[in-house]
Design a protein. Structure first.
Lengths: 186, 186
DNA sequence: ATTAGTCAAGAACGTTCGTTCCTAAACTCC
DNA sequence: GGAGTTTAGGAACGAACGTTCTTGACTAAT
């Protein structure tokens, strides 16, 4: 009963995640959200409670629909070089990684709930990289774990470089070279 | 002539850089700066023009006094493993790297002047990593450049992980393992 | 001693922020 | 076809933002 809502909640969440991936949390106003999402203020507050509530929902959506599949593809990559190619190759995941980047840098330190959302995702990232790396009996196990952690860091770092303005060709070069090197020595 | 100023400009800039390294640009208000720096509003505006002006001066100060020396130590490290240890080992540079991190992620995309400040610094970082890696005649030159780029990305990525809440021991493990691996294959 | 110039202190400015209130419209159920 | 309920729309709220203005304190040169 009651008037039916004139918007699709899933669509709104997806659009919000996209918007939050372009600028910082504080850099996006409620007016921006209202304008960009085409949904009125009142509806947003009714549905998500607050700006932070909408942000958290959008973040969780992005982690689930963008990052989680990426993690799966990394795990299935076979080797570290493939994992790197998978993580950096797909432009569709750029928005998800950007949102993850900003959540980690500027939100997690001041919002414990954001930190709690990120921790398992980053751990899963590490685990996936670990899986992609495979076991090598002649190598120290801790060593492999550490390299997997470093791979996650490298993916995020390269994405950060791209966001900071480093040309895409340079990023691609770094990714390709690292993949090449990792492959040769694995 | 005139009343002498009751604060040291260099000290203020250093304190501002430290404060800006803890939270996002928008997350720090002018009141926060006035309180933390112990300098009055009017003096800050007289000296730096605006909040953004103070931020830019603080950013440049940090790049020059924290990042530039770090880049030099990376270049002098001798090999990639040493470069990684140098970059992650010193807690004194954490503030500088955090500020660099947030500047790259959230300011550079919306403030061209910040992007212009960061670009040469990141390029210098790459160059230093390139120097630390050294030349290996049996290896492709582009390959070495790419690995140097990746090292910069890894340093930033690991620093990001630390900021997002990943335990320090985990970060250290990743750094040590990567250093170990790089050393063995270099 | 007076004057001119700079700085400190704090009130106050107009805007913008996130949020809430109020009313009209649109639907289901009885 | 009212009654009841939920949404849409827009105005309006207090608070906080970056910035400016006004006043009084202080110092150096005249």
């Amino acid at each position: 009963m009651g008037r039916p809502r004139g918007f699709d909640e899933a669509t709104v969440v997806r659009s919000a995640a996209e918007l939050f991936s372009t600028r910082s949390y504080d850099g996006i106003s409620m007016d921006d959200l209202v304008t960009h999402l085409g949904v009125h203020r009142n509806s947003l507050y009714k549905t998500f409670g607050s700006k932070r509530g909408l942000y958290l929902v959008a973040l969780r959506w992005s982690l689930r629909h963008h990052i989680a599949p990426l993690v799966d593809r990394v795990a299935a990559a076979g080797d570290l070089a493939g994992a790197l190619r998978v993580a950096l190759g797909e432009p569709a995941t750029e928005a998800g990684l950007n949102l993850l980047l900003m959540a980690a840098v500027e939100r997690a330190p001041v919002d414990p709930e954001v930190a709690d959302e990120l921790a398992p995702v980053l751990a899963a990232f590490d685990q996936a990289a670990r899986t992609a790396a495979g076991r090598h009996p002649d190598r120290d196990e801790q060593d492999d774990d550490g390299v997997a952690l470093a791979l996650t860091a490298t993916i995020l770092g390269l994405r950060l470089r791209a966001r900071a303005g480093t040309p895409g060709t340079t990023i691609d070069q770094a990714g390709a070279a690292l993949a090449h090197r990792l492959t040769r020595h694995t």
